[in-house]
Design a protein around this ligand. Structure first.
Ligand SMILES: [Zn+2]
Length: 204
């Protein structure tokens, strides 16, 4: 395979990128000067060397490996509450709205409606472990499922509620969803502070 086709294959793995767009990226790079291309390569390597995931909530942030993020390590964080979001962008938007002061858990994706198996990028085992640990260490009381209000988000919400039943009964946890305070089609990533505030207030 020639280098143009080879690199095209790499770009095709990016979310939402097809063959034609992937090829446009390759030709874009061919037209750029060598310094730009070199720096781009370095930045990609930097990303993997300097950004790691928090071992507790799975947020990507600039850190050493196995270091807790600011929210997880902050003594002011309310550790009796855990809020589950789909992805980093949802975390950041809720955090920015300053309406929630507890711990987070980034699920990594949504559960597909059609598939029987949960894909391994959805961190269900880690979630169960986290809840168990947070109960024992900090007396966890409430789990808030905060997923976008679209069919896959609602499906995942139901899936998680079912999954959490044994722990809910064992530890008398209050499990609520943010969904009722959102209108249909709401993407958490793009919700404003007021919407998030209302959703948190109306959680049920
Ligand atoms: Zn964290």
């Amino acid at each position: 395979m020639n280098p143009i086709d080879k690199l095209t294959e790499y770009f095709k793995e990016f979310p939402g990128i097809g063959e034609r767009q992937a090829k446009r990226f390759v030709y874009f790079l061919l037209h750029k000067n060598p310094v730009y291309v070199k720096e781009l390569g370095d930045k990609i390597l930097d990303l993997k060397n300097t950004i790691h995931q928090c071992p507790s909530c799975f947020l990507f942030f600039q850190s050493m490996q196995d270091q807790l993020c600011d929210n997880c390590s902050n003594p002011k964080t309310d550790k009796t509450s855990l809020l589950i979001v789909e992805k980093d962008a949802d975390y950041e938007n809720i955090k920015r709205s300053k309406n929630y002061n507890g711990k987070y858990f980034i699920l990594g994706g949504l559960v597909p409606i059609v598939s029987k198996d949960t894909p391994n990028y959805v961190r269900t085992n880690e979630l169960l472990r986290n809840i168990e640990l947070q109960y024992k260490e900090s007396g966890l009381k409430e789990v808030i499922i905060a997923l976008s209000l679209n069919p896959q988000g609602e499906h995942t919400d139901m899936y998680l509620r079912e999954l959490l039943i044994p722990l809910q009964e064992k530890y008398k946890l209050n499990i609520v969803s943010l969904g009722r305070g959102l209108s249909t089609g709401t993407e958490l990533e793009y919700s404003d502070s007021e919407t998030i505030k209302n959703a948190l207030r109306n959680r049920a």
